[in-house]
Design a protein around this ligand. Sequence first.
Ligand code: SAM
Length: 250
Amino acid sequence: MTSPALPPMYRDLDFNGPLSDERAARLIHSLGSLEGHHVVDLGCGWAELLLRTLSTEPTATGFGIDLGEENIRHGRAGAEARGLADRVELEVGDVGVWKGAPPDVVFNVGAAHVWGGDPVAHTGNALTALADLTRPGGRVLFGECYWRRPPSDEEIASMAVIPRDQYRPLPDLVDFALSHGFRLYSLSEATVDEWDHFENGNAWGMEDWIRDNPDSPDFDEVVRRTDAHLRLRLHGRDLLGFAHLTLLRV
Ligand SMILES: C[S@@+](CC[C@H](N)C(=O)[O-])C[C@H]1O[C@@H](n2cnc3c(N)ncnc32)[C@H](O)[C@@H]1O
């Protein structure tokens, strides 16, 4: 399919994931003192969490990288509007080939796939890369999906795009993270309300496009994609969780 000009997700969402303002503030608090620290966000989207983090500490600096040009353009405009442009650099690029200075704090939220490879290996690839990047005492904010309960074969079949072994139960996700050389500093799970807010904001852009483009050659494909996403959302509702782990490198 060609790429129809769907409304960008940031039109209706602050974060490209299930995260409320209140929990975002608590996550930033879990990072400890950021005085003089350099914060790197790998797969930053439009960098909302990075910008909010830098807003809390005037001596902190930041760097974010994402493949999406429009995301980065929006992130830069946000940095400008908040007076952060001289303290944050946002770059269009591939995390898989990025080489940067060791940061004090690293974010990788909803973006374990940025190092590529088989989806079943994404979480492990991300944790290995994050451990390599972080100095002892440094912190990592890692946001990842987990199974709230074991999925049935029918559920896995209905969700099609998610291999069963891509995710783990939450205790196993935490143990897996710790086995990469971290201590757990903080753990928080997305609520159903945060998921609904995220999925509704995601759907609005698609539904508005469908309403406004009945004659587009992409119409059938966008409807198919939107309906498939709704199936995934409904079947995943009590099944798929999302957790933020604040990890301390040992
Ligand atoms: C689910 S979004 C999460 C964005 C952001 N961390 C947040 O929580 O709002 C995943 C992001 O990963 C980016 N991405 C995917 N592959 C990438 C790669 N190889 N290098 C950099 N960014 C990538 C996508 O463009 C997308 O913005």
